[in-house]
Design a protein. Structure first.
Ligand code: SF4
Lengths: 212, 472
């Protein structure tokens, strides 16, 4: 997993509530058996005018000039500013892979959907929850060209170049994992004896669970 | 100490302990797998040289990508025309073979949508913790099982450790008082709930559905309700165990029998919230006030009664909501004020893990019987091979075929249109599935979420239709 410490980057706005994972990465790309290759298809149905499919390269596509991420000023953005309930819908982790491969390291919104939240943590995509007022203020600022933010995970602070900053909350556990980039499975397997012991008791209590 | 909720009880009985970083480890009893969200997880296991922790906890089937047209289907995996889809299904077969995981292959009669086959096989039992790399795993909560959708990293984690690392969610109770009126079904009930609380209404919470109207529901109906707990933002949905649950579970291939059954049933009787349990949130709805529901927008909360009209965004106070509504109407090609029942359809889809069980097909067939489809295309896609067989034994297939519906092979089909079953740009569909997001059923397609009764009524009307006016 990629670790996260301090990141400074250009901010791009996605001014819609309830952006679902079907929009972040449409279903036809889910046929891939790989973990990579999704970046060019991030927000595919919004980003391009033609219908995308697996194997179609970007050169063959028609960009939608009205889609915000296609604007010249947002090229290279690595911080996404979003609205409520971002990442709702399907559990597809491909949504997180697509966002990260595109170049996003961090998404800021008033709220996120639960499964997307966990998937992001498992890949090192930092999700920052700020109150709606702070998010509104950021949407106002992102209107000025070249708006960048510094995201400081250790001190849990987002700072604009004029010095204005916003503090954010994050679970101590998630923070630690993001900072260290530690292998989640390795962490759990360190508890293998406890899992085995629990399993043995559970088998006695509820043997029907273990029918082959 | 106050009483415990059903969620508290299942959580506590599966809590292994805390990991070094403070995350709780929850033991997973059952892990269901399908072709779309598992390949990268198996690849991860291989790269790390890890083996599945408990092979017999896993059960796999291909469902999202499988063709539902008979001619393509009979040729099996190698007959899947779409090469990328074929590789994905072959990859699942190969992974299951390599790791020794039981799989119901593409033409096994037990194959089907993963959330239909779990309960059907007794792989879903009360009190279990169940996970699957699919958000609609919430369906299994109908059996008082704590069932959660997970991402692919978690699929790999569960394969390797038999645990999920998580934090406990909040407790939310949705009480449904009263009784549903004729023509109003479980699907209408859950759409009404989402309409009320919104798609983020239960974020961070496990929802327990309770009350007289829920007690009256069949297991199929309860599955429909829990299925869409995720559309309300919930981490999972739950319904307490009662006789309806036990009757359904008894005698399934993987259900306990004999003395084991007696012990299990006694244990399952405790799977309900204590009378003094405390919930963080509570919502009450009166079932008797509900009409058939239909979605008009591109989110499952954008719903009206079938006898209402398309809402006017201009009438909304909240500017963000008004903007969402206007955008949805543009996408859906609808004008405010148009009566829903004057909206003409191109397609009707009866299927998906929300509404493709035998009871759903019986309800739809009851309306289709003796009538003719008046939309260009209507299809019925059973949830599993066993549902299909049962329906054929009851003659429902013939009812549908005589009415002009296509009778398909089981799979996810046009619920998400990964295979050839899809909407084309601008096409409008009444669908018994669970998501009406932009492009969900095909690029540029327009989805109206409805119950099987409303879908069948709409198919024979050619327009969105009120099943209460058709059924006679
Ligand atoms: S039927 Fe639809 S919602 Fe259900 S598992 Fe398949 S794709 Fe997902």
């Amino acid at each position: 997993m990629e670790s996260f410490d301090i990141h400074r980057g250009l901010v791009a706005p996605m001014d819609r509530a309830n952006v679902d994972t079907d929009q972040i990465i449409p279903k036809q790309f889910l046929k891939s058996i790989r973990r990579t290759g999704f970046g060019d298809n991030l927000f595919d149905a919004w980003r391009y005018l033609d219908e995308g499919d697996i194997g179609k390269t970007q050169n063959e596509r028609q960009f939608n000039p009205d889609f915000v991420l296609n604007a010249a000023r947002y090229q290279g953005a690595s911080v996404l500013l979003a609205r409520d309930n971002f990442g709702c819908g399907s559990s597809r982790e491909h949504a997180v892979w697509a966002l990260m491969e595109y170049g996003f390291r961090c998404v800021i919104a008033p709220s996120f959907a639960d499964i997307f939240f966990t998937n992001s943590a498992n890949n090192g995509l930092l999700l920052i929850v700020l109150d709606p007022g702070a998010v509104d203020a950021l949407f106002e600022r992102v209107a000025s060209p070249g708006f960048e933010l510094t995201v400081d995970l250790p001190s849990q602070r987002v700072t604009a170049d004029d010095g204005t900053s916003w503090l954010f909350d994050i679970d101590a556990e998630r923070k630690q994992r993001l900072l260290s980039g530690l292998d989640d499975i390795g962490l759990t397997l360190a508890c293998a004896p406890a899992i085995r012991e629990f399993e043995a008791q559970h088998r006695r209590r509820a043997p029907w669970v273990f029918q082959p | 100490m106050g009483g415990r909720t059903l969620y508290d009880k299942i959580w506590e009985s599966h809590l292994v302990g805390e990991r070094a970083d403070g995350m709780s480890l929850m033991y997973v009893d059952r892990h269901l797998l399908h072709e779309v969200t598992s390949p990268q997880a198996f690849e991860g296991l291989r790269l790390a040289g890890r083996a599945p922790w408990r092979v017999d906890a896993n059960l796999a089937t291909p469902d999202h990508n499988v063709p539902t047209v008979r001619d393509e289907r009979v040729a099996g995996v190698d007959g899947i025309a779409d090469e990328v889809a074929r590789i994905q299904v072959q990859t699942l077969d190969a992974n299951c073979r390599d790791f020794g995981i039981e799989e119901f292959g593409i033409n096994d009669v037990r194959q089907g949508i993963v959330h239909v086959i779990g309960p059907e096989q007794g792989a879903t039992l009360p009190g279990m913790t169940i996970v699957c790399g699919d958000s609609h795993t919430s369906t299994h909560g109908a059996f008082a099982a704590l069932a959660q959708g997970i991402g692919t990293s978690e699929v790999e984690h569960v394969l390797a450790t038999q645990c999920l690392a998580q934090r406990k969610s909040g407790n939310m109770r949705i009480v449904i008082d009263g009784a549903l009126r004729p023509g109003v079904h479980a699907k209408d009930l859950i759409l009404a709930v989402i309409r009320r609380i919104g798609t983020a209404g239960a974020t961070g919470h496990v929802i327990e559905f309770t009350g007289p109207a829920v007690a009256e529901l069949s297991m199929e109906g309860r599955m429909t309700v829990c299925n869409m707990a995720i559309e309300a933002g919930g981490r999972a949905g739950l319904v307490a165990v009662d006789d309806t649950t036990l009757d359904y579970v008894a005698g399934r291939p993987l259900s306990p029998s004999g003395d084991d059954w007696t012990a299990a049933a006694a244990n399952w009787e405790t799977l309900r919230s204590d009378p003094d349990a405390v919930f963080d949130r509570e919502v009450r709805i009166d079932a008797a006030t509900l009409s058939p529901q239909v979605s008009w927008g591109t989110s499952p909360e954008l719903v009206v009664d079938i006898d209402e009209g398309v809402p006017d965004p201009g009438a909304l106070d909240d500017p963000i909501k008004a903007e969402v509504a206007s955008r949805a109407l543009r996408y859906m090609g609808l004008e405010p004020g148009t009566p829903m029942t004057q909206i003409a359809l191109d397609k009707v889809f009866i299927g998906s893990c929300t509404n493709a069980r035998i009871e759903d097909l019986r309800i739809a067939a009851g309306i289709a019987e003796g009538r003719k489809v008046r939309v260009p295309q209507a299809m019925v896609v059973p949830g599993s091979g066993l549902v299909k067989r049962q329906a054929e034994e009851e003659g429902l297939d013939q009812v549908f075929i005589d009415a002009g519906f296509e009778w398909r092979e089981p799979g996810c089909s046009m619920c998400l249109a990964m295979n050839a079953d899809r909407l084309y740009p601008g096409e409008r569909c009444a669908s018994t599935s669970n998501r009406n997001f932009e492009g969900r059923q095909g690029h540029g397609g327009r989805t109206h979420l409805v119950s099987p009764a409303t879908a069948a009524a709409s198919a024979v009307a050619g327009y969105l239709a009120d099943p209460r006016e058709i059924a006679a």
